[in-house]
Design a binder for this molecule. Structure first.
Ligand code: ADP
Length: 257
């Protein structure tokens, strides 16, 4: 049985498999908690490739990706980082929130993302040709993107791009049922709440409610939490710190539970 349950939203499975066959890197855009990581894990499983996930941040160094010299009682030795492991042995290297990483860190990806498929490691003088099963996948959340940090066109244009969004209601309902164990009725209400929250335009919410938060609410409910309380602690409180916004969201939830 598959470890990573994944319900497709559109043609992403076919596209990803084709990109993998063609040795092309993939870029996934989408809001947080909409299924990007789960998708890649399920693709890794289907294609029989290990997935090496790195969550990017501005302190991430090239050494964190490529590897570094370490010391033990026998002296120094080289340890491959996650990117090098995937390049050397085959596997999917998934760089989540790539935009958070500095340009001097991600520059090492260029020669891997195009036809060359090589990784040069300055510190060891090694140049590794990527394993046929190596695949580079990056993601970012366009909502968080600040103009300065946007991805350079020269980088972007090396990837096959996929755009993710929150799943359509019917699909999201199935996901919530499967992942949290709630019944049809509760799942429908959670999806309806999400739909309304996502349509709120005059309320200052940085990002709308994710599928992940709906699953959290569902899980609390299956643990016998009162559904109203479950929604308050998972959905409402996670979306804002502003009293006015919290009031609007609370009211919305109270219409359902
Ligand atoms: P992201 O990487 O986009 O932040 P995740 O992949 O971690 O989001 O998704 C959050 C959770 O939502 C997953 O753990 C999974 O339970 C659920 N999920 C979202 N989309 C799907 C989907 N299409 N099929 C199955 N589960 C999904």
């Amino acid at each position: 049985m598959s470890k990573n349950y994944y319900l497709p939203q559109s043609n992403e499975v076919e596209l990803f498999k084709t990109a993998a066959q063609m040795n092309l890197p993939v870029l996934i855009k989408g809001p947080t908690g909409c299924g990007k990581t789960r998708f890649i894990e399920s693709m890794g499983e289907e294609l029989g490739r290990d997935v090496y996930t790195v969550v990017c941040h501005d302190d991430l160094s090239a050494a964190d990706l490529i590897g570094r010299h370490l010391i033990d009682e026998n002296g120094t030795y080289w340890q491959d980082g996650p990117l090098t492991k995937a390049v050397r042995n085959g596997g999917i290297c998934y760089l989540d929130e790539i935009i958070e990483a500095r340009k001097d860190t991600t520059v090492v990806l260029h020669s891997l993302a195009d036809y060359r498929r090589v990784l040069s490691i300055d510190r060891t003088g090694e140049t590794i040709e990527a394993h046929p099963d190596f695949m580079l996948v990056v993601s970012y959340n366009p909502g968080y993107q600040n103009v300065l940090k946007g991805m350079k066109p020269s980088t972007k244009q090396r990837f096959i791009s996929l755009s993710f969004d929150y799943p359509k209601s019917e699909i999201e309902k199935e996901i919530i049922k499967k992942e949290s164990g709630v019944d049809e009725d509760i799942a429908q209400k959670l999806v309806d709440i999400a739909k309304e929250v996502r349509q709120l335009t005059d309320v200052d919410i940085q990002e709308a409610v994710s599928t992940r938060l709906l699953i959290y609410a569902g899980k609390l409910i299956t643990k016998d939490f009162d559904p109203y309380q479950a929604c308050m602690h998972s959905i409402v409180e996670s979306l804002s710190d502003e009293d006015e916004v919290l009031k609007v969201l609370e009211k919305l939830v109270s219409l359902y539970f």
